[in-house]
Design a protein around this ligand. Sequence first.
Ligand code: SF4
Length: 367
Amino acid sequence: MLPGLYVHVPFCGSKCPYCNFYSIPSQIPIAGWLKGLEKEIFHTKSRFERFDTLYLGGGTPSILSDADLERMLSLIFDHYPLTPDAEITLEANPCHVTLEKANFIKRLGVNRINLGVQSFDDRVLKFLGRRHSSQSAEDAIRHLRAAGFQNIGLDLIYGFKAQPMKAWMVTLKKALSFEPEHLSCYQLTLEKGTVFERRSQENASILLPGKTAAAHFLATSAFLENKGYVHYEVSNFALNKSLESRHNRKYWRHIPYLGLGPSAHSFDGKQRWWNVRSVRKYCKALNKNRLPVEGNETLTKEQLHLESLALGVRTRHGVDTKILPPASENALFMLQKQGLLKIKKGHAIPARRGYLMADHLPLWLSP
Ligand code: SF4
């Protein structure tokens, strides 16, 4: 498999209270960031020969003006060879997707959209601090379809008290009425440094209790699989195998990737490195003709092995049983008996309940 290319666009209209991705609620530094990106591309363009996926994430790439989007993509296309059938994904916020914008993005060569819908319930959207409404999410999907997008992924969030099971199922059913090719259903977690984390420390309980959250997870998986979706990763569902995110698959299978932009991570098969989490520091380093790398680590054989295990049990691809130590045989047998794992074509594959235990499976399989 060829490497993947990721570009981090670190700008958002505002900061959502649950999000700890690096982004700033200002568009003023966009011009400086684009100049920095051009320099980073210049310094890294010979690192990999060719890519078969490009993922424009963030932040909110759809916040860029048409001129800035065009500039970003022409910089990438001019310097990084992409295969003719490359998967090119852009993350979008519904409030930016007009019919004109959707047509423009399509003309630029983007062939996959990840739309941050999160919910089709305005009350829930307000709780999540989102800037768009349920109506604008519906309009955005229609505009994307009208522009000819045949690979649309919707991001949804669940697992919090403000959205009981009944309300969550209404959102899920509404999402399916648009026949999206891909769904990412994320269980809300309290990320470090977020407003939600602070609120929960101040005794505002936000998340569902463990058992209820598990029930929501199992119900989501059963409902979507019943509707024909493949539950191919803990939080991800695709209408068929060819519609799974090719780019994200690289992260889960240790395929190399190059990340550009503040906070972006890269991996070459052995070494991982990551950029500074600040637009200002990013631009400053590149203006001095230095790469904006903040840190790196070289993974030992053992670390790579443990990571393969931890990543493998989170996906339908599973773990090649040949990499498991002989001492894991008993554990494998027990996990199958408990309905947490299945063995298929020499791979240990998590069952629906196994996904729930994905954090614990590697410990049991690598005694
Ligand atoms: S969730 Fe998305 S839109 Fe909200 S702050 Fe994070 S990156 Fe920006």
